[in-house]
Design a binder for this molecule. Structure first.
Ligand SMILES: Nc1ncnc2c1ncn2[C@@H]1O[C@H](COP(=O)(O)OP(=O)(O)OP(=O)(O)O)[C@@H](O)[C@H]1O
Ligand SMILES: [Mg+2]
Length: 263
């Protein structure tokens, strides 16, 4: 998926699909997805019959009890792991048909992930962690005409960490590391960001600030947000809320589709 010469890099390339009835671009479609794990002599059903369609620019929250399968689903949707059943189309590409390198290439371009446990590289400073996606994939767009360093400094300021450029992850608080992880996810202006509890380690005021930033980028850049959260306020700000219950997914709130359906 080398598609670098895009006048508007958020306009989807030919590999995405468009729903003709609503003219919305589908960026993610999961059909009958299941995940089973073999535990000795028993098979554990972690996810069963999960269906989900996400359109470009939507924000969607996945909520549900601890252990219900939210992180497992997010990892499958983002192509970090392969489902044992069903099909997932991410930016129009079937994840079943891609090997690990193919899935990594797809992610490097347009798909980023904020992990529940951050996954910062311990040997790099905060600023270097944020610059990394731009340096690995220099063809990706970054922020307009900005260099990787400028783009990284800009987003570090937006997450309130302009004074922590040279700190290593172990020298930062959990909330600071979480904000570096968020900066790293958004710095390259991806099409879709998957985030697992992105504000889970932040105090209320900082969490609100980060929420505002994510929804600003959602509006300004059309970034699609797929968030796992226990925070009801964050969930309520999303266009849609889906609930995971013992591996089964159901729609809970759908303001954007209600509006479309009524049209
Ligand atoms: N590799 C694995 N092997 C066995 N069981 C697993 C594996 N991965 C996840 N599970 C189980 O699947 C279930 C769902 O886990 P998952 O991490 O998706 O939950 P979650 O909804 O994200 O929970 P939390 O809100 O606590 O983060 C849990 O019961 C977990 O123990
Ligand atoms: Mg989880």
């Amino acid at each position: 998926m080398q598609d670098t010469a895009q006048p508007d890099h958020h306009s989807m390339n030919a590999s995405s699909t468009t729903d003709k009835s609503t003219a919305r671009t589908c960026v993610l479609a999961a059909t009958d997805v299941s995940q089973q794990v073999n535990m000795g002599d028993e098979t554990l059903d972690i996810l069963s019959g999960v269906n989900l369609t996400v359109y470009k620019g939507e924000s969607i929250a996945i909520v549900g009890a601890s252990g219900s399968g939210k992180s497992t689903l997010l990892g499958l949707l983002a192509g970090l792991d392969v489902a044992t059943g069903g099909e997932i189309l991410l930016l129009g590409q079937s994840l079943n048909g891609l090997d690990e390198d193919g899935r990594a290439a797809l992610r490097a371009q347009d798909v980023t992930f904020v992990f529940q446990s951050f996954h910062l590289l311990p040997g790099l400073t905060a600023l270097e962690n944020v610059m990394l996606p731009l340096e690995i994939s220099p063809a990706r767009k970054g922020s307009k005409a900005r260099s990787p360093g400028e783009a990284a400094r800009h987003i570090m300021q937006q997450v309130g960490l302009q004074h922590r450029h040279n700190h290593y992850p172990q020298q930062m608080s959990g909330g600071e590391q979480q904000r570096v992880a968020i900066a790293r996810a958004f710095v390259g202006e991806p099409v879709i960001v998957f985030a697992d509890e992105p504000t889970g380690n932040l105090d209320r005021a900082t969490g609100k600030h980060i929420e505002d930033l994510m929804f600003d980028l959602n509006r300004q850049q059309g970034t699609t947000l797929v968030l796992v959260t226990h925070d009801e306020r964050l969930a309520s700000r999303c266009d849609r809320v889906v609930r995971m219950d013992s591996g089964h997914l159901s729609e809970e709130k759908s303001s954007s589709t209600d509006a479309e359906d009524g049209a």
